[in-house]
Design a binder for this molecule. Sequence first.
Ligand code: MF3
Ligand code: CO
Length: 279
Amino acid sequence: MRLRRDRAIEIKTPEEFDRMRAAGLVVARTLRVLADSVRPGISTAELDAIAAREIASAGAEPSFLGYYGYPAVICTSVNEEIVHGIPSPERRLEAGDIISIDCGAIVDGWHGDAAISLGVGEIDPADQAMLDDCAAALWAGIAQARPENRLGDISHAVERSVRGAGQYGLIREYTGHGIGTAMHMDPPVPNFGTAGQGPRLRAGMALAIEPMITRGGERTVELADGWTVVTLDGSRAAHFEHTVAITAAGPWVLTDLSERKVPPPDRVTFVTGGDPDAG
Ligand code: MF3
Ligand code: CO
C-alpha cells in the first residue's frame, strides 16, 4: 500500500468512486421523489415509507435504519428541528412549514448521504432565504473540495458564505464527515474554520459536507426521543448535505442528479459571489 500522511482518511480508487456514485444516485433520486411528495397534509411517516420503497426498488439498502438503533429510513426535521427528526404518522406537514429530509443508502457496501430542505406550500420569504443561503453555503464548501486544498478551506468557505448571507446561527455541535465504506468516517467536517488548516485533501477522499443554520441562535437541544435536535430558542433551521468525491479534476458531487463530474462553474461563481479564490 502507498505510504501516505493522511492515514486516517479512506482513499478510494476511481472504480470505488463509481460504486459510491451508484449509491449517491439512489439517494439523489429518492430525495427528488420525496421533494415531489412534500405537500400540506402528508405525514413524515408517509415520506419515510416512500423513501423505503424507492431505496428498495433501486436494489439498495437504507443506511440510517438501525444505525445506533435509529428507527426509520430518513430523518425528517420540521421547522425548529435541525437534524435527526424521526418520521411519525402524527406529524402532518402544514402549509408554511419547512422540512429537512436526510437520506442515506448503501450499494455494494458503499455509502451515499445527502439532505435537502424545502418549504411546504407557501412559506415566509425569510425562511426561503435561509434555505437558499444554506444551500449556497454547501456549494461554497463543495467548491473547495479539491486536491491540495486543506479541510479548513471547506470549513472556512461554508462559514464565510453563511456569514456573508445574513444574521444566521451557524450550528457547530454537528459536522459533516468522511464517507465511503461507512456512513460516518474520519475526518469530521466542521462548518466553520480557518482556511489553510487541517489535513490536506487528496484525490480519492470522499466527504459529506452538511451545513446547518438557523434564523436565531446557535445552541441546540436533543429531545427526549434521543435523536431529534432542535434549536434552543425555537428558531427555524435549514440543513443541506451532499456526498462529494475529491478527484484530480475537482469535486464530483456524487449525490447530485447532474452527470457533471464537477459543479457547473456558473453555480460555483453564483454561490461564492464571484470570489476569485473559490476555485
Ligand atoms: N445523514 C446523517 C448525518 O450524517 C445521519 C443520520 S443519523 C441516523 O448526520 F441515525 F439517522 F442515521
Ligand atoms: Co451526513
